[in-house]
Design a protein around this ligand. Structure first.
Ligand code: IPE
Ligand code: IPE
Ligand code: MG
Length: 245
């Protein structure tokens, strides 16, 4: 652990801090239903909440945050919800990119850009390009993302590159995933109580610690984030061996 990190863990009463946290932001619909609001109001509140957790990452020294914003399976929702959700995400990219840039956050995208509107694709590409040299933290947005299709896509590109079967190993395979160059998630948080991955980072999650909370995503504030980090701090990670870290 670096000295900076040691100071941060001590300051916050944590024993270790995940380098990479990945969140399944679930429960927007239930949050809206509880208030008698349309589902899209929940998605709006959910997207606004990203900011709070990103601040938490900066405070506690988490360098990489990956958030699940739209899965390949979410296309099966009613068209009105899908279109509304994509519109909200586009608006937010538009509105917040400059602010992220000023804070030194690097924006990345994992998932397929194909299938999205031209204007959304252009905004995503602009945000990635503008922030590519920033080094204060990485906000990685899983958007039109599916874990299985990511693996199939990687296999396809490996074949296309003419990689010899005997030279393929796990490290090389990882370099063909959308997350190439990023550490695997140490901690995966799911809000709204569900206990499943829903096709999220299924390769990368092999040794992640899981944390599930009944709190709905729009209510998941910095305090809730801290609780997840506290739980992580208490986990003993053995990676198949006997010595815990
Ligand atoms: C998560 O909230 C956001 C997305 C899947 C895009 P949901 O929309 O799944 O909310 P619930 O699960 O219906 O409460
Ligand atoms: C997972 O949530 C996808 C995102 C958070 C974007 P879902 O609400 O789509 O997951 P399921 O359908 O309950 O598994
Ligand atoms: Mg859901």
């Amino acid at each position: 652990m670096s000295q900076d990190q040691q100071a941060l863990t001590a300051k916050h009463g944590l024993t270790k801090i995940p380098r990479h946290v990945a969140i399944i932001m679930d429960g927007n619909g239930r949050w809206a239903a509880k208030r008698g609001l349309p589902r899209l109001a929940g998605h709006r509140a959910g997207v606004e909440n990203i900011q709070r957790v990103l601040e938490g990452c900066a405070d506690y020294g988490v360098k990489v945050l990956t958030i699940y914003a739209f899965s390949t399976e979410n296309w099966s929702r009613p068209q009105e919800e899908v279109q509304g959700l994509l519109r909200i995400l586009e608006e937010v990219i538009d509105r917040r990119t400059q602010e992220f840039h000023e804070k030194g956050v690097q924006l990345r995208h994992i998932g397929q850009l194909e299938g999205l509107s031209e204007s959304l694709k252009a905004k995503v590409r602009y945000a990635i390009d503008l922030t590519k040299n920033n080094d204060k933290g990485i906000l990685n947005i899983a958007f039109n993302y599916g874990g299985r299709s990511e693996i199939v896509e990687a296999a396809r590109r490996i074949i296309q590159a003419g990689i010899a079967p005997e030279s393929l190993d796990e490290n090389l395979f990882s370099r063909y995933l959308y997350t190439a160059g990023l550490p695997d998630p140490d901690l995966i948080i799911r809000t709204a109580g569900e206990m499943r991955l829903s096709n999220y980072l299924i390769w990368q999650a092999a040794y992640a610690e899981y944390y599930s909370t009944p709190t709905l995503w729009p209510d998941f504030d910095k305090q809730e984030f801290y609780k997840a980090l506290q739980a992580y701090s208490q986990r003993v990670r053995r990676f198949g061996g006997l010595e815990g870290v």
